[in-house]
Ligand binder design. Structure first.
Ligand SMILES: NC(=O)c1ccc[n+]([C@@H]2O[C@H](COP(=O)([O-])OP(=O)(O)OC[C@H]3O[C@@H](n4cnc5c(N)ncnc54)[C@H](OP(=O)(O)O)[C@@H]3O)[C@@H](O)[C@H]2O)c1
Length: 267
């Protein structure tokens, strides 16, 4: 696999995070990675690492075995129509673009014999800690290659394509939702006496600890909450006050609001 070449078309926030993750994981040699965007002056950091940074998508695609498309949803149609002549059945195409279906991608390329996959990672891919949901509409052994790429960059799960929108909200937007929790807890921590630095350290390590408990003991979150709450105790009082203020409800409503917007932004 290390000999295969990967092109990332649209090296913006996510494309660069994938680049960093692939290099940190030593999944690919820098010279076998080609990343593109129109303003390539922003990619200097990567060219210094040996990554090929170019502004020609067709050249990048022509030279690569695996093509990861990471442009904004409204940019993918024009892009694929322009480069379709360089995409053939020997190449694997992975789109991380939100809200654009495999059927639409196939239509933009204008060919039916291309193995197309959708992947929905999050920005923690730069730290090899992404949760990446993968979908395809074909029965192809290339799914193993696609899964292997993202396994090097965190956890993966293969899902039905109709769940990709939900995956976008829970995993990709989820990073922002969780960070907002951390910011709020840090602000609360300052109110009750800690410096901002210390409040952030305590909050982030506590989040990591909560995740470790769930991963290792595999219990329902509520069971772990029961371990922390004592009758008439301080934790249950705070927790119930948070619920009176709409904690769970606002989170669920926020998720649903984001989810309902997905189809609208892609068009
Ligand atoms: N950020 C996330 O957490 C996340 C997570 C999962 C999925 N996604 C999806 O990933 C995609 C990219 O998101 P992003 O946040 O990384 O956006 P972004 O930072 O705007 O990146 C898009 C990049 O595409 C480049 N681009 C646009 N047109 C191009 C073209 N014709 N040829 C080559 N490059 C082109 C842009 O650079 P130039 O203007 O210089 O060309 C830009 O750097 C979106 O579809 C998003 O929905 C994002």
């Amino acid at each position: 696999m290390k000999k295969k070449k990967i092109a990332i078309i649209g090296a913006g926030k996510l494309g660069c995070s994938i680049t960093e993750g692939l290099l940190k994981a030593e999944y690919i040699e820098a010279k076998n990675l080609i990343i593109t965007r129109r303003k390539i002056e922003h990619l200097k950091k990567y060219s210094e690492l040996g990554v090929q940074t170019i502004d020609s998508n067709s050249l990048a695609i022509e030279q690569s075995d695996i093509i990861i498309i990471a442009v904004k949803p409204h940019q993918i149609e024009k892009l694929l129509k322009t480069v379709s002549g360089f995409i053939n059945s020997k190449k694997i195409l992975i789109s991380v673009v939100t809200g654009v279906s495999i059927e639409e991608i196939r239509k933009f390329i204008g060919k039916n014999n291309i193995d197309i996959f959708r992947a929905m990672p999050n920005t923690a891919i730069a730290m090899q800690e992404s949760m990446t949901c993968i979908a395809t509409d074909i029965d192809s052994k290339n799914i193993d290659i696609v899964t292997d790429i993202f396994k090097n960059l965190g956890k993966t799960v293969v899902i039905e394509e109709n769940l990709m929108g939900a995956a976008t909200i829970l995993a990709a937007s989820g990073i922002a939702f969780i960070l907002r929790y951390i910011r709020a807890a840090t602000q609360g921590g300052i109110e009750i006496g800690f410096s901002s630095e210390l409040a952030k350290l305590i909050t982030t390590q506590t989040v990591k600890g909560a995740v470790a408990l769930l991963e290792k003991r595999k219990e329902h979150p509520e069971k772990e909450i029961d371990m922390v709450t004592t009758p008439r105790g301080v934790t249950i009082s705070g927790l119930n006050e948070m619920e009176h203020q709409g904690f769970s409800s606002s989170l669920i409503k926020g998720l649903i609001t984001s989810y309902e917007k997905i189809d609208k932004i892609a068009k």
